[in-house]
Design a protein. Structure first.
Lengths: 69, 272
């Protein structure tokens, strides 16, 4: 049996410059701020619109499974 | 970064030099995604830039790239396209680079309808040199060189391009990114001169001078100020004041410059 593919949102801490755009404009409020750093705290709410990934100026976010990273 | 996009970047040069929340990173990502969506041949693309924050973009991109002199990206790009018409030539330029020092190159590239896609990273300011006003700084906005507010009127780059002869003209923003990617795709497929006026954000200089120093605040400003071209048609000039009209403005199919030039060569060879 195939294992179910894991869904995750990966934030690359090295690339992230803490601009806050992903946190502010996620339509489902998936991210929380930890001293400016985006932390995924509401993964179940994610609708995979990928706006966070598209709007990240530093290409630090990948929405999807490990196979995308 | 998403795995399938890595090949388009010189990843060893990242993270880029741009400030936290700089719209230019978002725009560069949009250009790359448009190229990826169209599955264009990476080796047949040449990306050219001038000088300024915007013009750092090709340095991070893994294509044939050329970083040229201030305002002259389109002049170099014209040369490249004429020498190798089979290349897809893309110019990434800024509002100062394109509309001020490069203004003449810009209107004449439009006029010739040469097959170049120009994406103007328009952040309404000279960011690299610390915030002088540009021809795209809105009237009344503040800049390092306009401490009492800018009295100059700004260009409407799209109208300028259209009246100069560009055959595909559209405007998008860093906030409305899925739409912007579609517009860039359309511009890349268009044969002739295409212009994308891509509204960017400069929280560091434009933002700080205009009470929007956070990237989030600047994005909110763009979100609130934008109005789709279709809706704008119904509004009066007064109602449109301060609004940013986005979407497609113009598309025309006209003879392309390098094709016309090839015909001249053929005629000359035949001795007619």
């Amino acid at each position: 049996m195939m294992a179910e593919k894991t869904f995750s949102i990966h934030v690359n801490d090295r690339a992230c410059k803490r601009c806050g755009i992903c946190i502010a404009f996620c339509p489902k409020k998936v991210f929380s701020s930890e001293n400016g750093k985006p932390v995924v705290t509401n993964l179940e709410a994610c609708i995979k619109c990928k706006l966070c990934e598209l709007r990240c100026p530093d290409y630090a976010i990948v929405v999807g499974g490990e196979e995308n990273e | 970064m998403r795995k399938e996009l890595e090949k388009y970047f010189r990843t060893e040069k990242l993270p880029h030099i741009w400030c936290p929340g700089c719209g230019h990173g978002i725009l560069t990502g949009a250009v790359v995604r448009a190229i990826d969506n169209l599955k264009l041949d990476q080796g047949k693309i040449c990306i050219v830039s001038g000088i300024g924050c915007s013009s750092r973009a090709p340095g991070y991109l893994n294509f044939n790239t050329l970083h040229t002199t201030h305002g002259r990206a389109l002049a170099f790009a014209t040369g490249i396209k004429l020498a190798k018409p089979e290349l897809k030539v893309i110019v990434l330029t800024g509002d100062g680079d394109c509309a001020a020092i490069g203004g003449n190159h810009f209107i004449h590239a439009c006029r010739r309808n040469i097959d170049i896609t120009t994406v103007v990273f328009n952040n309404n300011i000279y960011g690299m040199t610390s915030g002088q006003y540009s021809p795209m700084t809105p009237q009344g906005a503040f800049a390092t060189t306009a401490p009492y507010g800018n009295i100059d009127r700004s260009f409407d780059l799209c109208k300028l391009a259209q009246s100069a002869g560009a055959t595909y003209v559209a405007r998008g923003t860093v906030y409305h990114i899925p739409q912007l990617i579609k517009l860039i795709e359309k511009a890349l497929l268009h044969k002739g001169f295409s212009l994308i006026d891509a509204i960017s954000i400069c929280p560091t200089y434009f933002g700080r001078k205009n009470k929007m120093s956070s990237p989030v605040r600047m994005m909110e400003f763009i979100k609130d100020a934008c109005i789709p071209a279709k809706n704008a048609e119904k509004l009066t000039k007064e109602e449109l004041a301060g609004k940013i009209v986005i979407g497609e403005f113009y598309e025309e199919f006209a003879p392309e410059y390098t094709e016309e030039y090839a015909k001249v060569i053929e005629k000359a060879r035949e001795g007619k």
